[in-house]
Design a protein around this ligand. Structure first.
Ligand SMILES: Cc1cc2nc3c(=O)[nH]c(=O)nc-3n(C[C@H](O)[C@H](O)[C@H](O)COP(=O)(O)OP(=O)(O)OC[C@H]3O[C@@H](n4cnc5c(N)ncnc54)[C@H](O)[C@@H]3O)c2cc1C
Length: 390
């Protein structure tokens, strides 16, 4: 038994009902197939489509465009349950709560009508391609270009570490449409027809390797290459050049909150697993739980989880009122991911050698946690950003 959490002030009865149904769906449909997804390195497009049909995709997209008509709290409920189920490989959160908001907040009406309904059914699976082999943290140094040529843009460049990179058939590419610096950046969408089937007919577009990662084995993180890829000028987000950096800065706080929310779900699961294990495992004629060290460690973990969740809940309340600033979102991302890595390490230790075996969920929780301090902006960058407001 773990202590119940303090009630999350942002959660209503409706969110609780959604939580129950998402939990049931994931337990019945995905947990039994988790090993298969890891082996394949992704959740196949038909699994995405089934998830969409069962209300797990684009829950915060307005109903007018085929979405669930909810808000970020609905997305957070799904993210929490996905993390608790130890299924970090599904990139549904990025699709629904990162890419869709770019289109909702910055797209033209025509772009919303063209892309959102198909995203809600997973006919389009999306990715956002910012990072390049030569630049990640220093986003303003991206070298991928999108040059206007009549009524088209011609894209050239290479991207790497792109989540949903093999499945995606609608890719938001951060590219340079003008001179150096923030004002020369734009977001240009590329439609392809692969959706994970490997049949890209978009001339000049190529998917590279599905990258072999330390963790997140069921996530298709990939390289993407653009070699004179022509897209209609109508694929420029908002139809106005030079808005990319501004659009990214507006949406990144939510991306950081997503990482924080997922971290909470993962820590809660780790604590639960460790309590269960230590109360069963015997050493020196008693259970591992009976050692005072175990009780102290897990009491500390419990305190960390409760305190970290309280911080994230406060950020959630603020965000739902449209008041979460970039600095607090950055601190939440950095703080939670650091606590998450410490918690996973403490918990894994209490499993002894079994903690190092992938068949125990704690091992996967441990390796999956590590990237949380890196992606979505490294924790060093988060602290730089937060310090500007101190
Ligand atoms: C699993 C995974 C999924 C990802 N998904 C996506 C995705 O979907 N889309 C996407 O565009 N990207 C994605 N990324 C990329 C990710 O966002 C970058 O890896 C991250 O932003 C860091 O960039 P980098 O790897 O180039 O590291 P670098 O920028 O080269 O940083 C190297 C080190 O230098 C430090 N550093 C850099 N600048 C500073 C500074 N000013 N002050 C102090 N320290 C500094 C960093 O903190 C880091 O420790 C993903 C990465 C991973 C691993």
């Amino acid at each position: 038994m773990t202590l119940p959490n303090f009630p999350s002030l942002w959660m209503t009865e409706e969110h609780e009902m959604l939580r129950e149904s998402v939990k049931r769906y994931i337990e019945q449909k995905w947990v039994p197939r988790a090993a298969e997804f890891r082996e394949l390195g992704r959740l196949p497009p038909e699994v995405w489509r089934e998830a969409a049909a069962n209300g797990l995709l684009c829950v915060s997209t307005p109903a007018d465009y085929g979405g669930g008509g909810g808000n970020f709290a609905h997305e957070a409920v799904i993210l929490l349950e996905q993390a608790r189920a130890n299924l970090s490989g599904w990139g549904g959160g990025l699709h629904s709560a990162i890419v869709a908001p770019y289109i909702i907040h910055h797209g033209t009406e025509e772009q919303k009508r063209r892309w959102l309904p198909k995203m809600c059914t997973a006919e389009f699976i999306t990715a956002i391609a910012m990072t390049e082999p030569g630049t990640g943290s220093d986003l303003q140094s991206v070298r991928t270009t999108a040059k206007r040529d009549g009524d088209h843009y011609v894209i050239n460049g290479a991207k790497t570490f792109i989540t949903n990179g093999q499945n995606a058939n609608l890719i938001a590419v951060v590219a340079r449409t003008g001179d150096g610096g923030a004002k020369g950046m734009s977001l240009v969408f590329v439609e392809t027809d692969a959706g994970g089937e490997g049949r890209d007919s978009t001339p000049g577009f190529r998917r590279g390797r599905q990258l072999d990662k330390v963790g997140m084995k069921a996530q298709d993180t990939s390289e993407l290459f653009f070699d004179d890829v022509r897209v209609p000028a109508e694929n420029l987000l908002g139809m106005k050049e030079g808005q990319g950096f501004f659009q990214l800065m507006q949406e990144l706080p939510q991306e950081r909150l997503i990482i924080a929310v997922s971290g909470i779900g993962a820590m809660e699961r780790a604590l639960e697993e460790t309590l269960k294990y230590t109360k069963e495992r015997k050493a020196f004629g008693k259970t591992v739980w009976d050692f005072q060290n175990t009780k102290f460690k897990l009491a500390e973990v419990q305190a960390t989880v409760l305190a970290t969740r309280a911080f994230v809940d406060a950020c959630m309340v603020s965000h739902l009122k449209g008041e979460l600033d970039a600095a607090r979102a950055a601190l939440a991302k950095a703080w939670v991911s650091e606590q998450q890595c410490k918690v996973m390490d403490e918990c894994l230790q209490l499993f002894g050698g079994y903690g190092y075996m992938m068949e125990y969920p704690i091992a996967e929780l441990y390796v999956d946690a590590r990237v949380q301090r890196i992606y979505g902006g490294t924790n060093e960058i988060m602290k730089e950003l937060a310090a500007r407001f101190m």
